[in-house]
Design a protein around this ligand. Structure first.
Ligand code: ADP
Ligand code: ASP
Ligand code: MG
Length: 412
């Protein structure tokens, strides 16, 4: 007998028919003699609709506590519906909100971090032969306020529950068959990976492959949770996210990702002297805005340009702050562009292959795509391009590195 945590995403529970399908899969697992805890998301589109309502009511800047109180209700509906559907099949089931199962988080509303889980109630339910149906994405803070974990946070709830229960496996059921070499909904030639290392999955998740929330990958790595991403609608084996040593096939590039929700800000003609960057970026980071890439040009005539990227949702606020700081540091001008995208290639094999960056740049040049910014780390290269070229760039890079990537790049 194993203890299995299963997580079903929004598309998997999009309507009652699908919830009944999920119930059947859960009951099938329980019938095999396993203990099953299920973590569910809100029905597809539900969280987006709740966010839109909050923005409508509050005029775009909802109070974070009330925002969480509202958006967490999506998951509350699904747990009750799934528990009913499981009961209808003759199996015992009991639903739990984050608060009811003791999912304690800090008080950072809209992006709370999990602190502890009280597993006693869940264990009691499982030992009594029932399925525990748990709301993803939500918790409660010390004072009993409802909190949420950030978009896509049900993945993180599931891994945290699996770690706390010391489950044998955490299965992430979704609308694709596993983790692919790129978004299979954009590139039909995308290939399913049998295994992917935690390191590569972390990079892919942080660079736009939304199939797993980045924090769920970090938690799984930290607690050694066996993580299996697979399809709700098929029974085929999915992708195991695992330690680097256990990945048999070491590809130079194992993934191509994209993020459209980016914006860039250029601060022209600032004095090339100490303190300028600190003055520019302090208010932005104090406002909780995450700056991603930063490029500072080589100074000329005592001045320089600084260009940086922020999430598109924070573009307006970051522009206001850059304008304010720009006035104080005597900048020549501020320009913003929110029609950009970041396209990246990820792979452990890059560590020991030269020429990967050159091949990436040449591939984009052959498609006449201009590269606006570049950033690299040991196992990834990212470029910023005009948003309208996103799909073309992803397809071209996937073709060059994955479809025809067997030939290794020549040393530079
Ligand atoms: P869920 O609602 O189940 O949490 P998500 O929509 O959050 O599902 O994540 C699954 C989606 O992630 C897929 O439908 C796919 O379009 C997208 N995706 C992006 N990159 C990848 C990738 N490399 N492998 C698999 N899916 C990916
Ligand atoms: N329902 C939440 C969202 O849409 C959490 C999740 O689905 O993982 O972001
Ligand atoms: Mg998701």
């Amino acid at each position: 007998m194993a203890l299995i945590v299963q997580k079903y995403g929004g598309t998997s529970v999009a309507n009652v028919e699908r919830i009944r399908h999920v119930a059947a899969r859960v009951v099938e697992t329980a019938k095999q003699g396993h203990q099953v805890a299920v973590v569910v998301s809100a029905m597809a589109g539900e969280t987006d609709a709740l966010v839109a309502l909050a923005n409508d009511a509050a005029g775009d800047r909802p109070d974070p506590r009330e925002y969480d109180a509202l958006v967490s209700t999506g998951e509350q509906k699904t747990i009750a519906l799934l528990a009913m559907a499981i009961q209808r099949l003759g199996n015992k089931a009991r639903s739990f909100t984050g608060g009811q199962m003791g999912m304690r988080t800090d008080a950072s509303f809209t992006r709370a971090r999990i602190q502890s889980i009280d597993t006693e109630r869940i264990h009691a339910v499982l030992q009594g032969g029932a399925v525990a149906v748990i709301a993803g994405f939500q918790g409660i803070d010390e004072e009993g306020n409802v909190t949420t974990l950030g978009r896509g946070g049900s993945d993180t709830s599931a891994v945290a529950v699996a770690a706390a229960l010391q489950a044998d496996v955490c299965e992430i059921y979704t609308d694709v068959n596993g983790v692919y070499t790129t978004d299979p909904n954009m590139v039909p030639a995308a290939r399913k990976l049998a295994r992917i290392s935690f390191e590569e999955m972390l990079e892919m998740a942080s660079l736009g492959a939304k199939v797993l929330q980045i924090r769920s990958v970090k938690l799984a790595q930290q607690y050694g949770v066996p993580l299996h991403v697979r399809s709700t609608f098929e029974t085929t084996e999915g992708t195991w996210v695992t330690r680097e040593e256990d990945v048999m096939e070491r590809l130079v590039v194992s993934g191509v990702t994209y993020q459209r929700n980016e914006a860039k800000i250029r601060v022209r003609g600032v004095k090339d002297q100490p303190g300028v960057s600190a003055r520019l970026f302090t208010p932005i980071s104090d406002a909780g805005i995450v700056v991603d890439m930063i490029i500072q040009n080589v100074g000329q005539d005592g001045t320089t340009d600084i260009t940086f990227t922020v999430p598109r949702a924070d573009f307006k606020r970051a522009m206001e702050m850059a304008q304010q700081a720009g006035r104080e540091i005597g900048a020549g001008g501020i320009e913003g562009d929110d029609k950009i995208a970041k396209v990246s290639i990820v792979g452990l094999g890059m560590k020991d292959h030269a020429g990967v960056a050159t091949k990436m740049f040449r591939t984009l040049a052959d498609e006449a795509i201009n590269i606006q910014m570049i950033s690299t780390s040991e196992i990834k290269i990212s470029v910023v391009v005009e948003e309208k070229y996103t799909e073309l760039a992803v397809r071209a890079l996937h073709a060059a590195f994955v479809e025809h990537g067997a030939a290794e790049p020549q040393p530079e």
